[in-house]
Design a binder for this molecule. Structure first.
Ligand code: DP6
Length: 360
């Protein structure tokens, strides 16, 4: 961008994801390389929408998150990320970044994953970098590790790789969003979920250094990940659900034995986990699986035919604010710019007529 004219503006929407195999521990902080591979489901309905434009007239990066000028840690994270994009593209210009979520930020619903996946795609596009989806996943992890997986839809694995230079560390899709239509995620939002005090990136390094169960977890992970991958490929809920809970329990054990302890759940979250165990026992087979990330809300996976029963059993628990049904959805995608000029005006007028007709 040699002229003083602003560059093109690029808008991208990206979803959060929920990990079935958790990323927890960084082997190389400078390259953001994890100790272990992880696997997640990209969620529909929820999204971050981010618009980026590099503008040589700006004297500093302008960052607006959910309608307000960002400050402190959240702003610093975005600026650091933009610096990386500028470095890759050989750009000097500062940027304007406007981002909003259609779900509560810092609610424990992985807004950093959707936020940085959207920022990676929008900022690299606005900077003129034509990155492949794999390249985008490699860029996004510098904002937030889990963001690397939100580039893709459906069922996604983030491979830790072995190389010190990180070239074999990237996310890849295992199966698309329509792979297993009856699989649903009942998100159970609990009241009074505490706001995260320690960033996951820092908390996980505390676990690496202090949890006596960290090494044991690392040894068990490759086998568990392979079994989860196979259960997903065969759409085998009887195998998948117990493995998902085993993995979640292992993650929680590591958190609870970290010094100082990392306790993400509330009493209500724990009651939800117990209710899922009790339901499976009563049915004599695994009809549901709980999991949670570094937050108090619980995701309960089940199949459509058990959804009503699962919902009944968790919705009545004291302290559950509400439940939300989400499904595997698409990954990050660019939003075409609204057309301008005469064609745009005509299209917008036609849309107004259509919406008046459907309202009347
Ligand atoms: C428990 O590094 O993605 O959700 O602190 O928000 O950047 P931030 O978190 P991130 O850690 C994610 C940890 C996890 C497990 C997972 O999503 O794999």
């Amino acid at each position: 961008m040699s002229s003083r004219a602003p560059g093109r503006s690029v808008t991208v929407e990206a979803p959060p994801n929920i990990a079935l195999v958790k990323y927890w521990g960084v082997r190389d902080p400078a390259l953001a390389l994890p100790y272990n591979s992880s696997l997640s489901v990209t969620l529909d309905r929820l999204r971050s929408r981010t618009t980026v434009r590099f503008d040589p007239a700006l004297t500093e990066d302008r960052v607006v998150l959910n309608g307000e000028a960002a400050r402190g840690g959240p702003r610093d994270g975005v600026v650091r990320f933009l610096d990386r994009v500028r470095g890759l593209a050989g750009l000097e210009a500062r940027a304007s970044v406007v981002s909003a979520n259609n779900f509560p930020t810092a609610s424990g619903l992985a807004s950093s994953a959707s936020g940085f996946a959207a920022l990676a795609s929008a900022a690299s596009g606005a900077a003129g970098l034509a990155l492949s989806p794999r390249g985008l996943s490699q860029l996004a992890r510098f904002g937030s590790g889990s963001a690397s997986r939100s580039i893709f839809g459906g069922f996604v694995e983030w491979r830790a790789g072995h190389r010190p230079d990180g070239r074999d560390c990237y996310a890849r899709p295992l199966a698309g969003p329509r792979h297993w239509p009856p699989l649903v995620d009942l998100v159970v939002l609990v009241r009074g979920a505490p706001v995260k005090e320690v960033r996951s990136q820092d908390a996980m390094q505390r676990s690496v250094a202090t949890s006596p169960f960290y090494a044991e977890r690392q040894r068990a992970l490759p086998g568990r990940l392979a079994r989860i991958r196979t259960a997903i490929a065969h759409r085998d809920a009887d195998r998948l659900f117990p493995l998902v809970m085993e993995e979640c329990d292992s993650f929680r054990q590591v958190c609870e034995t970290t010094d100082p302890e990392l306790d993400y759940l509330t009493d209500t979250s724990r009651t939800v986990l117990d209710a899922v165990v009790a339901l499976n026992r009563a049915r004599g087979r695994p009809v549901a699986a709980y999991t949670h990330d570094a937050g108090a809300h619980v995701h309960v996976f089940t199949l459509d035919r058990h959804l009503a029963a699962v919902r009944r059993c968790v919705a009545e628990i004291d302290g559950v604010e509400r439940t939300m049904v989400v499904r595997p959805g698409p990954g990050a995608r660019p939003i075409p710019r609204a057309p301008t000029g005469r064609a745009g005006r005509r299209r917008r007028a036609a849309a107004r007529v259509r919406s008046r007709r459907s309202a009347g």
